[in-house]
Design a protein around this ligand. Structure first.
Ligand SMILES: Nc1c(NC[C@H](O)[C@H](O)[C@H](O)CO)[nH]c(=O)[nH]c1=O
Ligand SMILES: CC(=O)[C@@H](O)COP(=O)(O)O
Length: 161
């Protein structure tokens, strides 16, 4: 039986963080948590690029551009979508989640989804560094694990050529 699993070693890794500015009060804390997690696991500060977009709906487009640049070992997406008085929330959430997943499936590097989709501001605050943790930090750690796992398969595929 062969078990594949990734580690959290960020040394030498180049990361793009695509972050939406809408609800910046929350998203800035997701970004801070993600940056802290990456740096504490060995990613050099100069190897982290932060790319700001207006809102979550714009995340997939720029994430695709970041992937296609071939500059990065992985891409992290961060944002905060909070339900308002209309159904706009549902359309934004559906498209950003579907779009990020689609970019990831069509990519040779990991793309992780760190966009909060909450029913209230309180739920968002809880997930941005208070009693429900920091989803930016958690997703950043997952990205390092996926980069490591992805490299194991890239090495294997080279071996098969
Ligand atoms: N309501 C939220 C939005 N709405 C804006 C859209 O994401 C998009 O920027 C606009 O529709 C133009 O294309 N964005 C968030 O990130 N969070 C929200 O709560
Ligand atoms: C998630 C959204 O787009 C939302 O903030 C918009 O608010 P509203 O539905 O009240 O227009």
């Amino acid at each position: 039986m062969t078990i594949y699993e990734g580690n959290y070693n960020g040394q030498g890794k180049k990361i793009a963080i695509v972050t939406s500015r809408f609800n910046e009060f929350i998203t800035a804390r997701l970004l801070s948590g993600a940056e802290d997690m990456l740096i504490r696991h060995g990613v050099a500060r100069e190897n982290i690029d932060v790319i700001w977009v207006p809102g979550a709906f714009e995340i997939p487009f720029i994430t695709k551009r970041a992937v296609n640049s071939q500059k990065y070992d992985g891409v992290l997406t961060l944002g905060t979508v909070i339900r308002g008085a209309t159904t706009h929330y549902d359309y934004v959430c559906n498209e950003v989640s579907k779009g990020v997943a689609q970019v990831g499936m069509n990519s040779n590097i990991p793309v992780l989804f760190g966009v909060l989709t909450t029913e209230s501001i309180e739920q968002a605050v809880e997930r941005a560094g208070t009693k429900a943790g920091n989803k930016g930090a958690e997703t950043a750690l997952g990205l390092l694990e996926m980069i490591s796992l992805n490299e194991q398969f890239q090495i294997e595929s080279i071996g098969m050529n």
